[in-house]
Design a protein around this ligand. Structure first.
Ligand SMILES: [Cu+2]
Length: 267
């Protein structure tokens, strides 16, 4: 029976590797300046993790085959050198894997996360809450007014808890349910959650970042193709999670200027 399982493991390993090797699921189009580097890194990670996966499954199948017994009552053979050697081997394998991922990761991930945005980047604040995203633009003064959590009120559409009567910086802030950005211009996205963990994921933009309650997180990117794309939450954030999404419009600079003017007039 054990030898049968060993064969099944090898069959499952090969069957699950085939669609990945054949690229059965192509990635969506890339609309960002950093996307190619992210795709390269993903491919390298898949290759490195895939090779480790196939090798480890074959080793597993070999051990099951080699140390199993057909006859009833016969004692199972133990691994030569005992469990200690195996634990060390596992530490070495996992350590090499983590190190390799870290080295690959420096190229793309670290370049996106550990570099500051351009000084003239378009600032957009994104707020996630059960179960919607809202966005805020600082207006002509370039400054966001402070958030007063106690003033957050969905009933009067004060999603960010802005006090426009008393805070000078808030007076020209623009709050929207859809996100629009100009094409070929760096965007500095400032993210916070109103309640639980959420995520900002735009597959075409190759951007996926979690919202962590209590933390202000930020990232920056440049979109290179005009169009309308979906922003989805990828963290299981509650009963309405399945329906939590918004839209990102990448517009020409003049269309963006018109859009923000129109939104400002609606406030
Ligand atoms: Cu969510």
């Amino acid at each position: 029976m054990a030898k049968f399982f060993a064969v099944i493991i090898v069959v499952i390993t090969i069957a699950s590797a085939i669609p990945i090797v054949m690229h059965t699921w192509p990635t969506p189009q890339d609309i960002s300046t950093h996307g190619a580097a992210i795709d390269d890194q993903t491919n390298e990670t898949m290759l490195e993790a895939g090779i480790s996966f196939v090798i480890s499954q074959i080793i597993l199948a070999f051990f099951i085959w080699r140390f199993s017994s057909w006859r009833q009552g016969e004692k199972t053979k133990t691994f030569p050198g005992g469990a200690k050697a195996m634990v060390w081997a596992a530490f070495l394998l996992v350590g090499t894997e983590v190190l390799a991922l870290g080295i690959f990761g420096v190229k793309a991930w670290a370049n996106v996360y550990f570099t500051p945005p351009a000084a003239d980047a378009v600032q957009v604040q994104a707020q996630a809450g059960q179960f919607a995203f809202y966005f805020r633009y600082p207006g002509p003064d370039g400054k966001f007014g402070p958030i007063h959590p106690e003033m957050i009120n969905e009933a009067n559409a004060n999603f960010f808890g802005i006090d426009q009567t008393n805070d000078a910086d808030s007076k020209d802030d623009v709050v929207t349910a859809e996100m629009a950005i100009p094409v070929n211009k760096e965007v500095h996205l400032l993210m916070h959650s109103k309640d639980v963990g959420h995520s900002f994921f735009v597959p075409e933009l190759r951007v996926q970042q979690d919202f962590v309650p209590g933390l202000d997180l930020s990232l920056h990117f440049t979109a290179t193709k005009i169009g309308r794309y979906e922003i989805v939450c990828t963290q299981l954030c509650g009963l309405g999670h399945y329906n939590m999404k918004a839209y990102l419009s990448v517009l020409s600079q003049s269309d963006y200027d018109d859009w923000i003017k129109k939104q400002a007039a609606l406030q």
